[in-house]
Design a protein around this ligand. Structure first.
Ligand code: DX5
Ligand code: ZN
Length: 229
């Protein structure tokens, strides 16, 4: 996984057909997805349940590129090795998920994965100020986590503060929640480079008719980069 700040589109399989994850991952990659975003929810840290490490391991062989695992679980630490062994390239934990985020990030890197830290909309940028050398990615939530298809919450001021705090470090800024061709340019201009999108990618398509996935991905990318086709 090499580092660059170009815009990357990371479809969230939370909006995919849960009975067909393998084919859905292959379809979105064939249609231009850069990363595959995998939302793990525990019904405790967030009010919804998805799946765990066994599902991630089953999906892994169907993903050629980056598998980006977003853990919306508490506690995190007992499960880090399992997600790393499942083949996660990036493992992101929430700063709100426990009192020892520093230890969690050390453990993620120790397990051989890139370390991400996520911030809920109510958490200020300053919460990660002392973690800048411990992270490979900062995920700015633009919805309260738990469900796809929610309305975008404007966090552009926070993104700008984080971008300044990161400086020259090779740290991605990822945006998660309500990203579509209307909101993508706002967050890209503020300094984000990884754009997660669930409903805005999967709407209108299916594994038997995947072309809309490509149209949707291009629309978000073109809006974010300012290249309107
Ligand atoms: C929210 C998840 C997001 C979500 C994004 O808890 O972390 O990844 O699936 O979905 P959309 O793009 O539909 O807001
Ligand atoms: Zn997510």
């Amino acid at each position: 996984m090499s580092f660059d700040r170009s815009i990357k589109i990371a479809p969230s399989i939370l909006a995919a057909d849960f009975a067909n994850f393998g084919a859905e991952c292959a379809a979105i990659e064939a249609q231009g997805a850069d990363w595959v975003h995998v939302d793990v929810m525990d019904g405790h840290f967030v009010p919804n349940i998805t799946f765990g490490p066994a599902t991630c391991a089953a999906i892994r062989p169907h993903i050629k590129g980056v598998m980006d695992v977003h853990l919306m679980i508490a506690p995190v630490d007992p499960y880090i090795d399992a997600f790393a062994q499942a083949g996660a390239d990036v493992i992101t934990a929430h700063v709100e998920a426990g009192p020892h985020i520093h230890r969690t990030l050390q453990a993620i890197r120790g397990a051989g994965a890139k370390a991400g830290v996520a911030l809920n909309p109510g958490t200020p940028a300053e919460a990660v100020a002392d973690l800048m050398d411990m992270v490979d990615l900062i995920c700015v939530m633009t919805v309260n986590p738990g469900f796809g298809g929610q309305k975008f919450i404007d966090m552009t001021a926070k993104i700008r503060r984080l971008r300044a705090m990161i400086g020259d470090r090779p740290v991605h800024i990822e945006i998660d929640g309500g990203v579509d061709p209307t909101t993508a340019p706002l967050v890209a201009k503020a300094g984000a480079d990884v754009l997660v999108a669930g409903s805005a990618v999967f709407r209108g398509g299916s594994v038997s008719d995947p072309a809309p996935y490509g149209t949707n991905i291009r629309a978000i990318r073109d809006a974010a980069t300012g290249t309107y086709a």
